[in-house]
Design a protein around this ligand. Structure first.
Ligand SMILES: Cc1cc2nc3c(=O)[nH]c(=O)nc-3n(C[C@H](O)[C@H](O)[C@H](O)COP(=O)(O)O)c2cc1C
Length: 273
């Protein structure tokens, strides 16, 4: 029996995200149990940037650890978030903001299969939401086995449309599939991401992994070539190295804090509302 966790990034009860998560779980081919977490119902407070979690425990006592434990102990994860103002619902990012703690759970999270869906009420209204959903999965080191946008505005519409049903079936097939997800063409040659910023000329920058590269015409299509980013945290080894780098930065701060404070002192004060 696979234990599946549905992560719902919508405040709407029985809304499109919740229905989509349940529909994907219902369509899984093998025996599975589904439990869910509605992120907005959890007390997930903002990271204070104290960096204490790097060497000890996070001082914030809220539901973050409970949710992370639930993700870490699931066999597979379904993430669904609504598009709000062209981005994924902020509850996803709010959780991710506490993510310096992920690197201590690398072994529990690495490679865990997950699928992500963004629910958009407007055709072509999804903006960068799927990037946010995919980043939520990848930032924890899980594997994106499938991702999709479903267009549905009113609660329930997600399952009325052919798009919704076909997508739910596709996500269900992908979640525990032994096959690696097929790379899309074109996609980042470093991470498989398909979200880019154009940086002048033919230069592109992958928004998921930071790889820089170039695009060039290739017959009727384009060829994309990216090279590894200067600082990577994709893959278990890179993530471990990133955690160690963060600890090094904390040590550097402790050594240099008097000098840094001197710079900041000049800017002390100001009117805050
Ligand atoms: C505050 C707010 C902002 C929204 N912004 C967008 C948007 O930018 N693009 C879009 O396609 N849909 C947008 N929607 C519509 C929702 O994404 C859509 O209705 C979705 O199906 C909601 O999922 P849910 O039922 O699980 O909450 C917005 C909805 C709300 C409440």
């Amino acid at each position: 029996m696979k234990r599946v966790l549905g992560v719902i990034g919508s405040p709407r009860k029985l809304g499109n995200c919740e229905l989509t998560v349940k529909e994907i779980a219902a369509r899984l081919s093998g025996p599975a149990s589904l439990s869910m977490v509605r992120l907005v119902d959890k007390d997930i407070r903002p990271c204070k940037a104290c960096y204490r979690c790097l060497m000890g425990e996070c001082p914030i006592e809220d539901d973050f650890r409970m949710v992370l434990d639930a993700i870490a102990s699931a066999d597979g994860v379904i993430v669904a978030a609504p598009v709000y103002l062209l981005g994924a619902h902020s509850s996803l990012q709010r959780f991710l903001d506490r993510g310096l703690q992920f690197w201590k759970r690398l072994d529990d999270l690495a490679g865990k299969p997950a699928v992500g869906v963004a629910l958009a009420g407007v055709r072509d209204g999804e903006g960068a939401a799927l990037l946010g959903v995919e980043n939520f999965i990848r930032a924890m080191g899980m594997e994106v086995k499938g991702r999709a946008v479903i267009h549905a505005a009113l609660p329930g519409e997600a399952l009325l449309s052919e798009e919704g049903k076909v997508t739910a079936a596709r996500m269900a097939n992908a979640l525990f599939s032994p096959e690696a997800p097929q790379a899309e063409d074109p996609s980042c040659t470093e991470c498989g991401g398909t979200y880019f910023e154009f940086r002048g000329g033919n230069r592109v920058f992958c928004l998921l992994c930071g790889a820089g590269g170039s695009v060039s015409p290739d017959g009727g299509t384009i060829r994309l070539a990216t090279r590894p980013p200067a600082h990577s945290w994709r893959g278990p080894a890179a993530r471990k190295a990133h955690g160690e780098w963060l600890i090094g930065m904390k040590e550097k701060y402790l050594r240099e804090r008097e000098r840094l404070k001197e710079v900041a002192r000049v800017y002390a004060g100001g009117d805050f509302i």
